[in-house]
Design a protein around this ligand. Sequence first.
Ligand code: GAP
Length: 517
Amino acid sequence: MAQQDNQFKRLVSHCKEYGFIFQSSEVYDGLSAVYDYGPYGVLLKNNIKEYWWKSMVQMHENIVGLDASIFMHPKTWKASGHVDAFNDPLIDNKDSKKRYRADVLVEDYMAKIEAKINKEVAKAKKRFGDSFDEAQFRSTNPRVLKNQEKHDAIGKRLANGMRDNLADVKALIEELGIACPESGSKNWTDVRQFNLMFSTQLGTIAGEEGKLYLRPETAQGIFVNFLNVQKTSRQKIPFGIAQIGKAFRNEIVARQFIFRMREFEQMEMQFFVRPGEEMKYYEQWKAFRLKWHKTIGSPAEKLRFHDHDNLAHYANAAVDIQFDFPFGFKELEGIHSRTDFDLTQHQELSGRKIQYYDPELKESYVPYVVETSIGCDRMFLAVMSHALTEDVVPDANGKESTRLVLRLHPAIAPIKCAVLPLLKNKEELTDKAREVFNKIKFAFDCQYDEKDAIGRRYRRQDAIGTPYCVTIDFDTLEDNTVTIRDRDSLAQERIAIDDIVKTISGKIDMSTLLSQL
Ligand code: GAP
């Protein structure tokens, strides 16, 4: 646990130190759970978005894009159920005055039981070595079984309480002896519902009539535009609409860096299908989305499906793709079979018919929807947490030294190539390096760097994940060749200046990645 905490702290400070992510309004001591992306962060985030967008829109002839507004007619949120049901169960500690999500307090308690079980399993694994049968151990060891039973019983009671008995959630917190993590006090208020939507006021209309919400999900912009898009793009069912955009949630528990933010970005795709065919597409999208994660380099063992215990009001099936973040397995992406709930609701509240005429069936119906929804910021965190590694490499003098390296897939690395003159104070080298930089900068994101010794510059590029460094030395002046250094293998090759773009393009090309999907 302590190792995971350290790993996470290192990641957060790395993001700040190297210009990936800053706390919003830091000069005013920051705004909680709101973050700004720095020079390398914005490049990496844009590349993640490009990978998602191309894999959805460019690669599927039956998926088209949309960029809907953040503000929508207030009835949208009544229809979608967000006004009445987009709540989190809130609990206050009367002594510390700190506010918590009641379900998170219980889930944290459950995570501790899970950690105990895992510790027990790890100990046994060490003891028995290769002959260890984990499944058998988990199903027979009395201590593991007892803890598992306790864990599952708490989970079940929490799920029931969350559905319709918040008083029992409070009772559960008290029975488990859960204390305020800040003060240790067990003096709790009742659990009550708290709506997560931010609201603001339209300048021209006073009172409730002019109340607007900042969208808590991008999906509704897709639903209300269903007919506009279907008709103008002449798509036939099944087809999808994809969108990337900001969403806002007044999260009670805002922690774990960019995992849970109040302003964040979603990448969502709504796939419209014939009623009754939704489960077929649900399974297809589950498989495709998992493959998408693996293709960008997330290892299989860090990804898992987790079926929802409690279905949202609009869903008839729902699963999360969880990622093993430095603080454990947590939701990275949701795949939901949303039935015809949203379109039907908008049809009813708007009074307009929102239906599709199916030329094959010769009938009109409200389509069913399978949704894939991933937070761009969470994907950023997943990618960074997996990529940031420490390894031991020989330094310029051949001695072993530790380096921090961000092993991002080259296609999403913020800077693709750094151009480095071997020495700073040799004008002939710096002039040549600038010439090379100005030649290749049209092809991809490059960086020119002449400050500090070459070894330190390599380390700086490793830390921001630059897959290739091109060094201009005295031989370059003679024969127009450079050395190209590979971030991961550290291999250095000599190539002609004229071949730099071709050599690097082949390795960073997003289309190579897409062709593996
Ligand atoms: N349209 C469906 C929807 O919004 P969700 O599970 O509430 O479903 C989808 O959100 C994804 O958005 C999550 O899997 C997560 O990646 C991301 N997300 C949700 N809330 C977030 C938050 N407060 N901060 C960062 N990302 C968040």
